[in-house]
Design a protein. Sequence first.
Length: 287
Amino acid sequence: MIRPPRHPVARLSAIVASVVLLMTAVASAVLSRVAGPDPDRRGPTIAAPRAHLDEWVGRHARHVSRAMAGPAPLLLLGDSITRGWLGPALDGEDSALDRLRRRRLDSRGAVNFGMDGDHVEHLLWRLRHGGLAGLRPELVVLLAGTNNIGLDAPEAIAEGVVALVDEIRRRSPDSVILVIGMLPRGTTLGHGQPAISDVPDPRIAEINRLLAPIDARPRVAFLDFGHRLLDEDGRVVRSMQPDLLHLSTEGYGAWADAMEPTLRLFFGPPPGADAGDPRLLSGSPAG
């Protein structure tokens, strides 16, 4: 059916509404930081913008602008590990990562709203300030919480991730949410410190244990593929996580392989793949 052109007034109203939403999101971030959140009340379930405004607010504004532009079938939400899909990889294999991302994510219409350094509460704030406006994704992939390690107890971090799921559900009720279990990371001496050992931080396993029951919720699934990033002795594999936290191209291949069965349910096989073959094409085992 040929649709009549939209009335110019209606089109103008939509544009004005989009601009107002974007400006409101940015202004809210500025005012929130000027007022300053009560440091005694911070936590994973208390939405808050980041302290360093310029780059963070600018990137959030670009995310909101993209969200208002219209639907996206697949949405990735998280911190620097999620944003890392956009490259370059830590091992320098930017072209290999680009090929992996284009085949496994971009071909399915993925939009990436990962933000370096975000805590759970920062992502919660972004969701409440235009981060999902107009996207209506079929599938949301959520990975969050590692930047709260050392600041908050495992129980509080798990509660924060559940709060993210609840917020996504409120704002995008028809989406299926794939919660990715927190990835293993090396042992550190404190929050924000580099890892000093490839022995996995035990708090990650505890958080994932607390998150696993979320799989019983309607239209929510929980995927813990952390074992793919560990060797036979249970230590973090440096070829997967060179700094014992962020992923290399090989690590992103492991994530892609773990997620592929779910992606195929929604979007079919990636270009060039056999629709009947569940094994993946990144070079890592299908597991």
